[in-house]
Design a protein around this ligand. Structure first.
Ligand code: NAD
Length: 281
């Protein structure tokens, strides 16, 4: 089975559009997403454009604030504080990476945790790892929704997460624990990745190495989610050797068309949740 992330994301967006319509009639207001882009990083510009387009499509108020690469850190932090106090703004996202002279941690910690649609604020990270309600980082959130499409009950499954980044591997681990999986986290210092993978019912690959995960690393019937997006001479490829792995796995996500589209849909979901929580206060 090839897990169709494009279709799943389109279905989620259509549910979210309905939800936004309901919220509009209930509160006479719609959730608002503000994205801040600093500098001219080409992939970031594309991501921000796609986020804006999708936000508008589901009926959110969407705003993009663009700054030059030499922006003073203080100006950015002051803008975030202003947005924190703006009732019309439900979610704030500062597109990463930031220019080197801007302290990423300071920026993340300045965003009010109730408006942190990326789920990177330490309060949200802590809440997620404690099993409490929190904003969930969009890519792992998307991965977990795709996994649930293949298998509703993940309890007792052995999951191997490849990569331990704050963006992907670590929050993915927390989500799998929440589903009662037994989780092994692997990384660049892991001694025998193939053997670890061969024990897995579920593999989440979030590394950034083209086609790292091979067909003979996969237990028959495993579910494989490929987070990697790698530019190569032959186009975009994932961290999984799709041709080999799709012959052995029960289900696998393609790249492109797998996890990528779900990431933005989950961002919209997080924005709507932030709005709802703010309204219920
Ligand atoms: P990162 O560089 O922050 O982390 C990579 C992780 O891989 C590290 O924890 C490192 O220890 C581990 N690693 C490196 N070499 C390894 C090896 N040989 N064996 C095992 N582990 C190894 O990367 P990231 O930000 O988590 O992104 C990972 C990939 O996911 C990239 O290709 C990125 O482009 C992609 N990505 C996709 C989406 C999406 O929406 N689909 C979103 C974010 C990132």
């Amino acid at each position: 089975m090839i897990i169709d992330g494009k279709k799943a994301a389109a279905e989620l967006r259509s549910e979210l559009k309905k939800k936004v319509d309901e919220l509009k009639s209930k509160y006479n207001a719609v959730p608002g997403l503000t994205v801040i882009l600093v500098g001219e990083d080409a992939p970031s510009k594309i991501y921000v454009r796609n986020k804006e387009k999708s936000a508008v499509e589901v009926g959110l108020n969407s705003e993009v604030i663009k700054y030059p690469a030499d922006l003073e850190e203080k100006v950015l932090l002051d803008k975030i504080r202003e947005l924190n106090n703006n009732e019309k703004v439900s979610g704030i996202l500062v597109q990463l990476p930031l220019p080197k002279h801007i302290n990423k941690r300071k920026v993340i910690e300045t965003i009010a945790h109730g408006k942190d649609v990326d789920g990177f604020h330490p309060m949200n990270v802590g809440n997620l790892s404690s099993g409490y309600d929190s904003s969930i980082p969009c890519t792992p959130f998307g991965c977990s929704l795709l996994l649930k499409q293949v298998e509703k009950n993940l309890s007792g499954k052995h999951a191997v997460v490849i990569g331990r980044s704050n963006l992907n591997g670590k929050p993915m681990t927390q989500l799998l624990l929440k589903e009662n999986c037994t989780v092994t986290i692997t990384h660049s210092r892991t001694k025998d990745l193939k053997t670890e993978c061969l024990r897995a019912d579920i593999i989440i690959a979030a590394v950034g190495i083209p086609k790292l995960v091979k067909g003979d690393w996969i237990k028959k019937g495993a579910i494989v989610i490929d987070v990697g997006i790698n530019k190569t001479d032959s186009g975009l490829v994932g961290d999984v050797d799709f041709d080999e792995v799709s012959k052995v796995a029960k289900a696998v996500t393609p790249v492109p068309g797998g996890v990528g589209p779900m990431t933005i849909a989950c961002l919209l979901n997080n924005t709507i949740e932030c709005f709802q929580k703010a309204q219920s206060k």
